[in-house]
Design a protein. Sequence first.
Length: 510
Amino acid sequence: MSSLIIGASGIEAVPEDATASSFAQWTTRIILCGLAIFAISVPHSIAAAQIGLGLSYVAWIARALAVGRLGIPKTPIDRPLLCFIALTIVSSVLSFEPAESLPKLRALTLFGVFYLIIANLRPRGARWMIGLMIVSGVVGVGYSLMEKSLGRGMIITAIEDNSPLRTGNLQAGDVIWMIGRHRVNSLEEANRIIRESPTGATYTIEALHEGDPAPAPLVVTDDMKSRANPLGLSVAGHSHRFRISGFSRHFITYAEQMQIFALLAYGLLLANLKTLRKGRSRAWLWVSLSLAGLFSLALILTASRAVIASCMLALLIILGLMKERRATLLALVAVVAMAAISVSILSSIRTPSVAIFKDDSRERRFGYMCAGLRLIPRHPIFGVGMDSQKYHWKEWGFPGDYVTHTHSTPIQIAVDRGLPALGSYLWLMAMLFVMIWRGYKRAPPDENNTSGGLMLGAVAALTGFSASSLVNYNFGDSEPLLMLLSVVALALVAASQVVDKSGQRALRQG
């Protein structure tokens, strides 16, 4: 048998010759369970999301062994992705630091989520998974807003002369909110963590100086543990001046995720404006508007300038592609409102100079990019190997003592993997854009225009991600990359762009 049928739940698709096998049916249910875990977890925890994906991959392979095929469809991104993977492997083998580069090849498996989704879900299932992801994202935003309201950490009022943090950069007015991976809101909590730690334990004190990170190292000693006040600090109250980060501590990662959610919601909103009707359509319009506003607010509260700007730019680009008057007016209002609120929020959370781009963060980022651009011509074909610059920071002309990356996806890919790999990456992103834009133009009409909205949102999310990548290495950040790939795949399936063709799933071309 070669046709595909909808499973009993109406969510998954199973090869017909597998329906007689209870084993194949159970593996299909496990695939769905793993994808549900992934959808709920990916806005918050990469570890939990990968557990869900791992469960689905194992069940998918097991079912393939039982029925004789994986059922992976051909897509326009296959060739550029294979080229990119091959060049990445070669650059890692030839790396200046192969012990660092080769283990990072595991990141290439992130692209498997795209094929996992389009090979195993039907439109109804894809819409359910997107719904789970959005609801989970709303929960994270709710937590962030609550934390913003209540305050974070403890504000330092004084540092004693014998404090282990005296020699660092911390000063009165700074905020300590994490010791290692433990959140702290009082000196009692911090002291308990120190006393319960083994002697010699090394922690990073996550602190904030004028809203920006100011990490400080801490080594636990016996003398420190015996003191009444191990950290030698005086503190008072919680700070409201911080960049929200959901359940994690990575505000830039969280900003990229909120951008994807916001643009997905704007896509639903703008598509609904094109076919506004009474009843459920109008209710869905208000739901989309509320989600767009909520995720936009969360994005602004991350105080991440580049991601906020890329979100607004993506909206403007989508407007130009849509050529819809009502949508244009609404999106322009949204862009103006985001810009105005962002300027105010940036100044209150970070330093006033941040809003006018006269701060140390901009200067450092520009320095990293320039150093990367100078390095590319010296190793243009296969690059230096992923993350090799961390071992040759000063030698290769990177500024400062803080070892990081170039803060630009195109520059970092060219540095790490060479110009041919950069060309493959650009080819890959272009084919993704073409694929989902064609999907949007062909999306079948439905009562609430959900299919078209999801496709338009996916177009906007990819555009925003690509714009942000110019000044952020978001391609190297697993959480937003996984979210982007899954949103694109789910939107394609939800819009019925994955269809039965000659016994296999295939992406509709042309």
